[in-house]
Write a protein that binds this ligand. Structure first.
Ligand SMILES: [Zn+2]
Length: 634
């Protein structure tokens, strides 16, 4: 241990600071060193604090033994030292002299610490300048770290941070601290009781300081909402809580209020950017000083019950919170990047409830065809689209539509997004080996009439789902494909035969969500012929109806020009022609061509009907149905 200490770098330590200059080692930055004991006018204010035992003659010039120092400072007598040394020899190797003296009650812990400081050539302070300690110094350091290791940063200059420690031989926390602060460290020694009291005082002040930072960031105050009935509601957070807790609570509360689906916390070179996904688009919400990054990530990880110390591998977790009486399920993903940990929180509002099928924005003719499909006794009904396209909402609405007391509906989901009354819902738990396939096998033993599988994403699940739909069950599920026709080829990728698909699948709905124009600030305009041509509308078809585009934004839409979303649908019913095509030439383009000939409206056409209704813009309609451009160039 002593070897370690000797190799340890203690720049700027002036062991006694007694003003004599004796023992001051010439160091490049010695003038700016925060530990410059007998500093003159240029030294830090607190450098003139009482320094204990200033002037142990010669102690700082040559390393003396602990015992010698204790005798020289008259803490113990020469005879007592000799006695203790004999005891040490008798006790054998490994027994420390200090420990023996302590056990014999010849010295106090403080005596020993003081002597140890002298031996190590370190300043010893019996008081710390609490009021002069900049709270910013401890902002990135967990208070528990300081308490556990009995240390506290007390001063900083351009090159060094001075840290008061109660155990100068414990160098590992100092290594950690050097990393956290990315700076050189000087140490001074102080009694543990002094350090402990100072930690509490400084961290209290640090909280006040961070509050100011956070207030500047316009985080809404917690407790502004009137709904305070439920316990453990985020809104019940008090001002006493640590600012970082309030910051995270504030972010979650604000996200729920703004109906954000995701919160992104993205560290960059200079700052941390917080963005919310609202109606499918990301919006910058806040910039947080980089130095809050670690504590912010730690707080979120604590909420998600993740390992705070692990910063090198991705972690996933869940947070259950309550905001304004609403149960919010948060899916948490933490990904280490070059600039720090990137965090995405997906919010699911469990209490907002699923929409009804007639609230999904389906055109009337589609609604009739779809309800006919989902009222069948057996077969497979599929919904397809990319992540966040409204597949789950569509499935939930469909289940609720057919739900009644005389049928048994069971679901296997990842995650359960909404609680459906009267429906048995099971959640996938990959960690304990409960995937979709395993869950599905269990469900089948529960005598279901209708089964909903959150997603078919592997061959095993596809096979069991297919078999179930052919043995008297109505099976609902989703697939991750671009359009309805691609679903057929995706199922074939999962080793399902084309004849099975053609006989079991009743129909496929491709869904997307397009943003709705803010009805307050939308702008009517006269689209060019070219625009109309791109989206396939003739002026005759418009029949004098107005086309709108995004306006300048207003208070109602929080200057986003769009507010809320509406579904667009492409519904492929598996009639005889389609079934025949699937068996003869199971190719997505061929199937789509036949479907269109049979009168299927594409996603693009569905979007255009929303444009004509003034609900969305041509830009939005085109952007959300890009794939149709490719496919329709048949
Ligand atoms: Zn508006």
């Amino acid at each position: 241990m002593i070897d370690d200490i000797e190799n340890f770098d203690f720049p700027g330590s002036d062991a006694y600071g007694d003003g004599t200059g004796d023992g001051v080692r010439p160091l490049p930055d010695s003038e700016s060193s925060g530990t410059e004991g007998g500093a003159g006018a240029d030294g830090p204010k607190w450098a003139n604090l009482p320094v204990a035992d200033a002037g142990i003659p010669g102690a700082q010039k040559r390393k003396k033994s602990l015992g010698e120092i204790l005798v020289e400072t008259s803490v113990i007598s020469r005879a007592q030292l000799d006695e203790a040394l004999q005891a040490q020899q008798a006790a054998g190797k490994g027994q420390k002299l200090g420990q023996i003296l302590l056990e014999k009650n010849l010295i106090s812990e403080e005596d020993m610490l003081r002597a140890l400081a002298a031996q190590l050539d370190l300043p010893y302070y019996t008081r710390l300048p609490i009021n002069d300690i900049d709270p910013a110094l401890v902002e990135n350091i967990p208070i528990a770290f300081c308490r556990d290791n009995k240390l506290l940063p007390v001063a900083r200059d351009d090159f060094n941070v001075t840290v008061a420690v109660a155990d100068p031989l414990n160098i590992f926390p100092l290594d950690d601290l050097r990393l956290i602060l990315s700076t050189n460290i000087n140490i001074v020694v102080s009694p543990p009781s002094i350090i402990e009291a100072s930690i509490n005082r400084v961290f209290e002040r640090s909280n006040d300081n961070s509050k100011k930072v956070i207030d500047e960031l316009n985080v809404p105050e917690i407790g502004m909402d009137e709904d305070l009935e439920e316990t453990r509601d985020l809104l019940e957070s008090t001002d006493d809580e640590k600012p970082i807790i309030r910051l995270v609570n504030g972010l979650l509360t604000r996200a729920v209020k703004e109906k954000a689906s995701d919160i992104h916390i993205e560290p960059y070179d200079a700052e941390i950017v917080v963005r919310f996904r609202i109606d499918g688009a990301l919006h910058d919400k806040m910039q947080i000083p980089k130095r809050h990054g670690n504590s912010l990530a730690s707080r979120v990880k604590i909420l998600g019950k993740l390992n705070i110390a692990e910063k090198r591998v991705p972690q996933d977790g869940r947070i259950n919170i309550k905001v304004a009486g609403r149960d919010i399920d948060v899916r948490l993903s933490v990904l280490p990047t070059a600039h720090g940990e990137r965090i995405v929180m997906r919010l699911l509002d469990k209490t907002s409830g699923a929409k009804r099928l007639d609230q999904m924005g389906m055109e009337e003719d589609l609604f009739k065809v779809w309800t006919n499909l989902i009222e069948q006794k057996h077969g497979m009904v599929l919904v397809t689209g990319p992540t966040g396209s409204g597949k789950s909402s569509m499935l939930y609405a469909s289940l609720m539509h057919i739900n009644s007391t005389d049928i048994n509906i069971l679901t296997i989901e990842d995650p359960v997004e909404y609680q459906l009354p009267g429906v048995g819902q099971i959640e996938v738990k990959d960690k304990i080996g409960m995937g979709f396939a395993e869950g599905l096998r269990s469900i089948l033993r529960q005598d279901p009439d209708v089964i909903m599988i959150g997603e078919i994403r592997d061959a095993t699940t596809a096979t069991i789902a297919m078999q179930s739909s052919m043995t008297g069950h109505l099976v609902f599920s989703t697939l991750h494909t671009n359009d309805s026709a691609a679903t057929v080829t995706r199922l074939m990728d999962f080793n399902i035969q084309s004849f099975q698909i053609s006989s079991a699948v009743l129909g496929v709905a491709a869904v997307r969500l397009v943003r709705k124009l803010c009805q307050t600030c939308r702008e009517a305009y006269d689209p060019s012929d070219r625009e109309l041509q791109i989206v396939g509308i003739t002026r005759e078809k418009l029949a004098g109806k107005k086309i709108y585009r995004a306006g300048q934004g207003c208070d109602r839409c929080q200057n986003r020009a769009y507010s809320g979303r509406v579904g667009i649908y492409e519904l492929m019913v598996f009639d005889d022609h389609i079934r025949e095509t699937i068996i003869k030439s199971p190719d997505a383009k061929a199937i789509k061509r036949v479907a269109i000939e049979r009168g299927m409206k594409t996603l693009r056409e569905s979007a255009m009907s929303k444009v004509v209704d003034g609900l969305t813009s041509i830009d939005e309609a085109v952007q959300k149905t890009q794939t149709d451009d490719l496919d329709l160039g048949l």
